[in-house]
Design a protein around this ligand. Structure first.
Ligand SMILES: O=P(O)(O)OC[C@H]1O[C@](O)(CO)[C@@H](O)[C@@H]1O
Ligand SMILES: [Mn+2]
Length: 470
């Protein structure tokens, strides 16, 4: 197998990586600094002068970080006492070794994936170093705001789910499949509501997504829902004896509306018995602005339970009940907030890899997970997705993602529409389909574990398309 290509990086001027590091990451850092400024009085009320002193130190730390970023300074080791610090500093050493004498690892010379993850870990370091504000989540305000901005959309999906659950036992297989496809698409489009792409600007779902699925369908050129359905249905049919289980793992992405869509999907999987267990994987620290932490997950359930809307509170109660019964499990392994490509998981986090091997299917939500699945490298678009996974396949896996970065894979082509940029299409298998560019798109990809060469050639169908307006 050919060596993996170089990583996407800010050293490629004009790339989305370059734009992100040059413009977007400084914007996100500035927003964090502003947030700390705006919480000064709160820190004083809670902690007195100590709180204000801590806020000042954190701001000076973050201002220095922003200057390092903007002037392409070398990356420096972390020096807090967190359990992941040695792993981060080993990774910096690794980057030094692979930089092939291109000098020190730095913001515009090192892999985009590394420097972007490193920025969020340095933001966390700025807080950790400054008790008593060390437990402050600088993105919490934005996550809460996006939850409340999406109230109507949340009410709509919770209402839809509760109505559906009333007669879910009476649905035949086709009706069940139809509902499954709907809720998968709701979960897909929920991924548009990410605050890192918007650099923290409001990006919440305002309208009832269920009413737009048909309009949005044309933005999905090809999808693997059928394969995902067959995999789950076959597993359900095998789950006749109580010993065998169908476990679905959802590697979560953004809090707010997207998290609700993932919980709704999980509730449907449990109630339809397509899954006997659902495992959720969140982030260990505040991450990429809107990614879900354990606090966000629990806050969301509590918020729903106390909502003055019957179906929202019913959802919140049911979901808390599923966690208490153990049919739902929440995990937040620190691997998800390391810079590593997922192909390193077996070495770096063998416990997590072994946990995922218990899964019947792993659903990876969002763009960052997709980038880590494929190493965020300059792959040719015709490279098999499986090849890009670089032997990472603990279980059958599926990536559900709205495309926010250049990387993508096209393996087979079906009839597809022109991209917004009018990119040319080929209607033949294994031909490059669309010229990828930074922009929006959505895609489904399902990869069963490669048992035979034929399995490798099985399907991943992916196309990029424009993201529909909310
Ligand atoms: O929340 P998601 O879907 O992972 O999107 C986050 C993505 O947005 C970006 O910040 C912008 O593309 C990426 O760098 C990152 O992978
Ligand atoms: Mn995210």
């Amino acid at each position: 197998m050919a060596a993996a290509p170089v990583s996407l990086s800010g050293r490629f001027k004009g790339s989305f990586a370059y734009f992100t590091i040059k413009d977007r990451l400084p914007q996100i850092l500035t927003r964090v600094i502003d947030t700390l400024h705006r919480h000064k009085n709160e820190f004083f009320e809670k902690h007195g002068e100590k709180g204000v002193e801590a806020e000042k130190r954190a701001i000076s730390f973050l201002s220095k970080l922003r200057n390092e970023l903007q002037t392409d300074k070398p990356m420096i080791p972390l020096n807090d006492e967190l359990p992941d610090t040695p792993i981060w500093n080993q990774y910096l050493e690794y980057q030094r070794n692979v930089s092939n004498g291109n000098g020190q690892p730095s913001w515009f010379q090192s892999p985009w994936l590394y420097v972007e993850c490193y920025m969020y870990r340095r933001i966390h370091e700025a807080l950790i170093h400054n008790p008593p504000i060390d437990d402050f989540d600088p993105f919490m305000e934005a996550k809460i705001q996006s939850f409340f901005e999406a109230q109507q959309a949340i009410i709509a999906v919770c209402t839809y789910l509760q109505e559906l659950l009333k007669n879910i036992e009476d649905l035949n297989e086709n009706q069940l499949k139809e509902e499954f496809f709907k809720l998968l698409q709701v979960s897909l489009w929920g991924n548009r509501c990410d605050l890192s792409i918007s650099a923290g600007e409001d990006n919440s779902q305002k309208s009832n997504l269920l009413q737009s699925l048909n309009d949005f369908k044309s933005f999905i050129l090809v999808d693997d829902m059928e394969n995902l359905w067959s995999l789950l249905l076959n597993s359900k049919k095998r789950t006749t004896t109580k010993e065998s289980i169908t476990r679905v793992d959802i590697i979560l992405d953004n809090a707010g509306f997207e998290l609700i869509t993932d919980l709704v999907l999980a509730n449907f999987l449990s109630s339809s018995k397509l899954a006997t267990e659902v495992h959720f994987h969140g982030k260990y620290i505040p991450w990429f602005v809107s990614d879900t932490t354990k606090h966000d997950f629990n806050w969301t359930l509590k918020q729903l339970q106390s909502a003055n809307h019957m179906w929202m509170s019913r959802c919140g109660m049911n979901w808390e009940g599923n966690l208490k019964k153990g049919v739902w499990v929440y995990h937040d392994h620190m691997f998800w907030t390391l810079p590593h490509e997922f192909s390193s998981m077996a070495q770096v986090a063998p416990d997590l890899y072994a946990e995922l091997q218990k899964s019947s299917v792993i659903i990876f939500k969002g763009d960052l997970n997709y980038r880590k699945l494929t190493g965020d490298r300059k792959w040719e678009f015709t490279v098999p997705f499986h090849q890009a996974l670089n032997k990472f396949h603990p279980a059958p896996l599926c990536s559900i993602r709205t495309l926010k970065a250049e990387i993508q894979f096209c393996l087979t082509i079906r009839l597809s529409k022109c991209t917004p940029s009018g990119g040319s299409q080929m209607q033949s298998r294994r031909e490059m389909c669309l010229h990828a560019a930074a922009g929006g798109a959505c895609m489904w990809q399902l990869l069963p574990p490669p048992t035979t060469p034929a399995a490798e050639s099985e399907v991943l169908q992916s196309h990029r398309v424009g993201i529909p307006a909310k």
